[in-house]
Design a protein around this ligand. Structure first.
Ligand code: SF4
Length: 991
């Protein structure tokens, strides 16, 4: 990969960003002819997959480089690109981009609104109509934020046709940016080097799930928690609700909503008092009012807890504070971010664990307040044409802004969405664009990688590249001369030619460089190491006047994005609907989280319907009784509605955005997702809430194990005699060189669910829907249980991935009357589908409850069926199935090794779950190889087997979670209290 100066890239792109794309790669265009492979293309071997590197930008807060596995012209699997900053990991939502691509509800071709609804139309008519509208002036182009060639293109396009380009992201970083602008005069998003921190304090951001760069930050978080090496960072979470990230904390400080600012300032004041020097003196005045005592009262956090936190933070060698994220973003969001900046500044984190590289790393976008201004202009008749490309404001702007209604006052609304979303439903024309897996593009990844996006297959529907549509509209509007090219691919290539021209003497030819970049998924960028950059604090920050929190007698409302749907944009993906929420384990529905103390006087249990009312509106959803939320706070997830996802274009639903008013954060203009006042009323009715976990505690069976940090013996080997395990005759054939095994590190697992969705994608798992989930008939081969462990001061969550344990003495095998469940020479519990007669004896005899029975025939409506992996049988009705450690991958690696006359090397096989895990919690390999990574991990001091007393001899070894929290006597804290809140969901999953 060519290392190129990032500064050169940014110059060429003209904006903050960079880009790439290509010419000759990608599957061949066969038009609409069926052509046999008499002379196949060089890169296609029938039955063998081809991998194309590309980029996903619509799957959460961070762009993700992927390898798209293409088989016979259709992409069947996405895997992370290991040579990029995310190191091959992916999120659950990124995996589900395939279901977005193959969504049967995509707009199949151009549509025009008529008196009778949407009617089929031609591209020619659509382009002509759009061109005429744009030529009429007063045009706005609304897109997601762009970084790379697209940013330059949109600017040039808007300039060419006399339009205004509005880049917008509903879950943007306005408050974070504004705080750093105030503090340092830097319009930049910092990098949080939490991997080198010894104390992480998070003030609300869900940085492991939905904020900033969760894949990269999860990897860094795991790297900071290497308990076996004596390097476990302490993690404290401050805020009114425990999110996915909060559940990993050693300690929870449940500050009143909106008072995180005060906690940060009080801690900063204490740290400053212990540090001599310029930084402490600089902030002395601004921090003076925030004594521990004063803040304790306002935040409802005991003074001794605040003092302890301040002491720990001050004593840490490399502390880092993570700012509030979306879930705590209120009308004083910038204040909260700035308070955390001051804490990082005074503790020395700025320049060490919080770094800048001096240039903007994230694409710019307008704040929420600019969108409300746009709605005003639309209502005032100032906008004649609105082209919406890749955004969905009719859904993502709260109802209180009236944006959806304002669309009716724009004469020409043109949607370029691939989906019939809420905005498209209000458009006069829908000119559907390609899915990003069908399109060209580029973007900056982290600090050091410029990624390319290329089409990985032919378009599924009659769609066009978004930028090509804009070029054609510009031509129809009389602005064809403004562009040298007629398609975006040509535009990208030209941009990259400019980039290549800056490489200087000795560079490879453009063609070689370009194809290498396409093959690699982009190019590396030489970036200056920003660790030493410690910007000076401005006078504005040193004299800042922080707002006082606004107390309310009502409940404080939190609305938050989820790993399944983000703000709702992933709601049309069945895998995401059926992925249990990390916190609640609920599927296919929204809920209202309330504390047990709040629920009790209302007589409310999990599943009872609650009406939540704010000044902006109301929603009704099932209650979820959750001890990880303050009693004066309630929380509703974004974008997650009953069956139809809270998305009105897809039907009815619970839309948490209906509860938000239009008052933004004063400083940054960001939407206040949190902090509003709400009332709740029990409706007296029961709702429907399928929860895929029967109990929140493991009932003393020592399934999920937690140990105190002081009890981690660094060098000791644990009690599992691995030698005996792998040599026992029944575990695997003594003649076989392999006994496949897996380790799962509970200390690393964050419960993100990426592994679960990777398994769905790799192994053709069907989605069964809410009702069957409620009956415990889900088909997931892997589940992440979330157990609570009692600590002396509260509780701690442990995420516990369960899957077939590939037992050596497998209880499932001897009870099968037809030998469908059998033991392979390599120790796997295989399942022969065409032998299975469906007695389900095996499932009944499995103590781990990881076998799944096909009660019905699977349904993969076209084009979802194009995603199916041909290496894995689609199971039929009446057949039992379960995890086999991705045996198709094992077999492929063995065949490759056999061809080369060797054994499979350690690390050569990755199961789909292991490959996706951002924290590397899962390790797969050969237990018979004592040097393999899995063997070494399994023999570590934290290893244990689930239900070891049954002597099933599992091949899965769990590594205990580690905490700084004091555990009750015996070190294994469990009692009834942790689970007493809501085990009794209306409908439980099986467990
Ligand atoms: S094991 Fe699964 S749930 Fe846990 S962190 Fe890894 S991918 Fe996420």
């Amino acid at each position: 990969m060519n290392d190129t100066s990032r500064r050169e890239f940014l110059k060429v792109l003209g904006v903050a960003g960079a880009g790439a794309a290509a010419a000759a790669c990608g599957p061949p265009d066969t038009g609409d002819k069926l052509i046999p492979y008499l002379i196949p293309p060089d890169d296609i071997v029938p039955g063998t997959g081809v991998s194309y590197a590309t980029l996903l930008t619509g799957a959460g807060p961070e762009p993700l480089a992927v390898h798209a596995q293409v088989r016979d012209g259709r992409v069947i699997k996405l895997e992370g690109n290991p040579s990029t900053p995310t190191a091959g990991a992916l999120t659950a939502m990124a995996h589900s981009a395939l279901q977005d691509l193959y969504d049967p509800d995509r707009v199949p071709g151009p549509r025009q609104r008529t008196a009778n609804g949407l009617a089929e139309a031609t591209w020619e008519d659509g382009i002509a109509a759009a061109g005429a509208a744009v030529a009429g002036g007063a045009t706005v182009l609304l897109t997601p934020p762009a970084i790379g060639s697209a940013a330059r293109f949109y600017q040039e396009w808007a300039s060419a046709v006399g339009a205004t380009w509005v880049p917008w992201e509903p879950l943007g970083l306005e408050a974070l940016r504004t705080a750093h602008e105030i503090a340092f005069g830097l319009d930049a998003v910092p990098t949080y080097q939490i991997n080198s921190s010894d104390h992480i304090v998070c003030f609300g951001a869900d940085f492991l799930g939905t904020w900033l760069a969760p894949v990269e930050l999860s990897a860094r978080f795991a790297a900071s928690r290497l308990a076996d090496h004596g390097a476990q960072a302490r993690f404290t979470f401050v805020g009114p609700r425990l999110s996915l990230s909060g559940l990993k904390a050693d300690e929870w400080i449940p500050a009143r909503a909106g008072t995180e600012t005060l906690v940060a300032l009080a801690v900063a004041r204490e740290v400053a008092a212990r540090k001599a020097g310029g930084r402490a003196a600089r902030v002395e005045a601004v921090l003076a009012p925030y004594t521990i005592e004063a803040v304790a009262e306002a935040t409802d956090v005991p003074a001794d807890k605040l003092q302890d936190l301040a002491n720990q933070f001050a004593e840490a060698r490399t502390p880092v504070a993570i700012p509030p994220g979306i879930a705590t973003q209120g009308t004083a969001a910038t204040d909260a971010h700035l308070a955390v900046v001051l804490l990082n500044y005074v503790s020395g984190a700025i320049g060490t664990t919080v770094t800048f590289d001096g240039e903007t790393l994230r694409p710019h976008h307008v704040p929420f307040s600019a969108m409300t201004e746009l709605a005003r202009r639309m209502n005032a008749g100032e906008i004649q044409t609105l082209i919406v490309a890749g955004a969905n404001p009719a859904y993502a702007m709260p109802a209180s802004t009236g944006f959806a209604q304002a669309l009716a006052n724009v004469p020409n609304v043109i949607s370029l969405s691939p989906h019939a979303d809420e905005t498209a439903a209000a458009a006069g024309w829908i000119l559907p664009s390609h899915h990003e897996l069908e399109a060209w593009g580029d973007g900056l990844l982290g600090r050091s990688h410029m990624a390319l996006a290329q089409p990985v297959m032919q378009p599924v529907f009659d769609t066009r590249q978004r930028e090509d549509i804009l070029l054609q509209i510009a031509a129809a509007a009389g602005a064809a001369d403004a562009f040298e090219v007629t398609d975006y691919r040509g535009y990208l290539e030209n941009v990259w030619r400019e980039l290549h021209a800056r490489l200087g003497a000795g560079a490879p030819s453009f063609e070689d460089w370009w194809h290498q970049a396409l093959s690699n998924g982009g190019v590396g960028l030489a970036v200056p190491d920003g660790r030493d950059v410690a910007p000076a604090l401005t006078a504005a920050a040193a004299n800042y006047s922080f707002q006082a929190p606004r107390p309310t007698d009502d409940f404080t409302l939190i609305t938050y994005p989820t790993v399944q749907f983000y703000d709702g944009r992933g709601a049309n993906r069945p895998w995401m609907q059926e992925l249990p929420d990390t916190v609640t384990k609920a599927v296919w529905n929204a809920w209202v989280e309330i504390h047990p103390e709040t629920a009790e006087p209302l007589g409310v249990e999990t599943g009872d319907l609650l009406q939540v009312r704010t000044e902006a509106g109301s929603v009704t959803a099932p209650a979820y009784v959750y001890r990880g939320i303050r009693p004066d706070t309630i929380a509703v997830p974004l974008g997650q509605g009953h069956t139809e996802y809270g998305r009105t274009a897809a039907g009815r639903g619970v839309n948490a955005l209906d509860l938000l008013d239009a008052t933004p954060d004063e400083r940054s203009g960001a939407l206040a997702y949190s902090g509003g006042a709400a009332t709740i009323t029990a409706t007296g009715s029961r709702g429907k809430l399928a929860i895929m976990q029967g109990s929140d505690i493991d009932l003393g069976r020592e399934i999920a194990e937690l140990m105190h940090i002081d009890d981690v013996p660094n060098a000791m080997e644990h009690e599992i005699d691995l030698t005996t395990l792998v040599e026992a005759a029944y575990d695997s054939d003594p003649q076989s060189p392999y006994r496949w095994g897996l380790t799962i590190d509970l200390n690393a697992c964050t419960g993100c669910g990426a592994c679960v969705t990777a398994c769905y994608s790799e192994n053709n798992l069907p989605v069964v829907g809410e009702d069957l989930c409620a009956q415990g008939r889900e088909m997931s081969w892997m589940q992440i249980m979330r157990y609570y462990e009692e600590t002396e001061e509260g509780f701690q969550a442990l995420h516990f991935p369960t899957l077939c344990q590939q037992c050596g003495d497998a209880p499932c095998e001897p009870v099968c009357p037809v030998y469908a469940a059998y033991h392979t020479p390599e120790g796997l519990n295989a399942q022969i589908y065409n032998r299975c007669v469906g007695t389900r004896y095996c499932a009944n005899n499995c103590p781990y409850k990881v076998r799944r029975f096909n009660w019905f025939a699977s349904d993969f409506p076209y084009p979802l069926n194009l995603q199916l992996n041909p290496d894995v049988t689609v199971r039929s009705k009446g057949v039992m199935e379960k995890c086999t450690f991705c045996v198709q991958r094992i077999n492929k690696a063995k065949l490759d090794a056999k061809d080369e006359g060797r054994l499979v090397a350690d690390g050569e096989i990755q199961t789909a779950c292991m490959q996706s895990c951002p924290t590397q919690a899962i390790v797969f390999g050969n237990l018979k190889d004592p040097a393999s990574r899995v063997s070494r991990k399994a023999k570590g001091s934290r290893g244990y087997h689930m239900l070891d007393e049954l002597n099933t001899r599992p091949a899965v070894t769990y590594l205990k979670g580690v905490t700084y929290a004091a555990l009750p006597e015996g070190g294994h804290g469990q009692d009834d209290e942790a689970g007493s809140g809501h085990v009794n969901a209306v409908t439980d999953g099986n467990s």
